[in-house]
Design a protein around this ligand. Structure first.
Ligand code: SF4
Length: 306
């Protein structure tokens, strides 16, 4: 069988090792060298281009069904759990916990839940919206496991590596948010980032008030592709008397966007995290669709009061 292997950045170092195992089994094996951001970003074009019979995607669980033979090999990491003891000191008076993690640590969720229950806490594990598949699992674009329990918990507790995932959940919830990062040996409330991101968002909206030409980002990645939304946004911008162009790419290169000098602002319809994490990488404001709507609302308000 002809197989294309695809690894997220942290696992690319293992690519040859996996390729050689499959080659010894008699397969013809190729390795994708493109950047990989998630199972939303399957190397389908590459696989079709080299006429692969199968794509093996490492490190992520299935995002949605695609019209290709894809095998997902999730990668589980045992995070050190001794840090849970320390976290108890942060949870005094907070009795109902909403627990979430990433797919890499989902196998430890039950252990973490039982730990808190043994220590007198009530633990609620929410359900994802659909892109993430496991209760308690969050993705950068599916924070349902946290948001769905926001109304009934005293505090959210994220257990796992990195800040990418808890940040998305934080911005979609209102309750106190404790992030436990076992690899950094760090336990801290991250609530202050809500206000920081709200102010930054307001700043981008105000910087876009005079924009006349809007670039609408539309990704061709399987799980980020939303040409309908891009088209709706373009029409909405045009009906407000402004110009818009839909910009298509697989992975957006921010230097190339900067070279598109005609545009006064960009609006993102690809991975929703681009309009959170990458906003400082373009010279012109990079907005989410909601932020764009606020820009248009303010523009129309200014026009009617002029
Ligand atoms: S947050 Fe972005 S990169 Fe991550 S799975 Fe969702 S669309 Fe893909």
């Amino acid at each position: 069988m002809r197989i294309l292997l695809q690894f997220p950045e942290g696992l690319k170092q293992k690519a040859l090792e996996h390729a050689q195992v499959l080659e010894r089994e008699g397969h013809e094996v190729f390795i994708s060298a493109s950047p990989t951001f998630g199972a939303c970003d399957l190397a389908l074009d590459e696989a079709r281009n080299i006429k692969a019979d199968k794509l093996i995607h490492f490190g992520h669980a299935e995002f949605h069904k695609v019209d290709f033979n894809v095998e997902y090999i999730p990668y589980f990491i045992d995070a050190p759990v001794a840090i849970l003891e320390e976290s108890l000191g942060h949870l005094d008076g907070l009795n109902t916990l909403g627990l979430c993690t990433t797919i890499q640590h989902i196998h430890q969720l039950d252990f973490v839940k039982r730990f808190y229950e043994k220590n007198g806490k009530k633990v609620i594990v929410g359900k994802p919206y659909g892109f993430a598949k496991q209760p308690g699992q969050i993705l950068g674009c599916d924070i349902g496991s946290a948001a769905s329990v926001d109304g009934i918990v005293d505090v959210h507790v994220y257990f796992g590596g990195g800040m990418f995932h808890p940040l998305g959940a934080l911005l979609s919830t209102k309750k106190p948010f404790l992030a436990i990062e076992p690899f950094q040996n760090s336990v801290r409330f991250i609530d202050q980032f809500r206000e920081i991101y709200r102010k930054r968002s307001r700043g981008r909206i105000m910087r876009s008030i005079d924009a006349k030409r809007i670039g609408v980002l539309a990704s061709t990645k399987n799980g980020q592709h939303n040409l309908n939304l891009a088209t709706i946004i373009k029409k909405r911008v045009e009906s407000a008397g402004l110009s818009a162009g839909i910009l298509v790419a697989n992975t957006f290169d921010f230097t190339s966007l900067d070279n598109m000098l005609e545009f006064d602002a960009f609006v993102n319809t690809a991975c929703p995290r681009i309009a959170i994490d990458d906003v400082d990488r373009t010279r012109k404001p990079l907005l989410s669709p909601n932020e764009l709507m606020e820009v248009l609302r303010l523009k129309s308000e200014m026009k009617s009061t002029a």
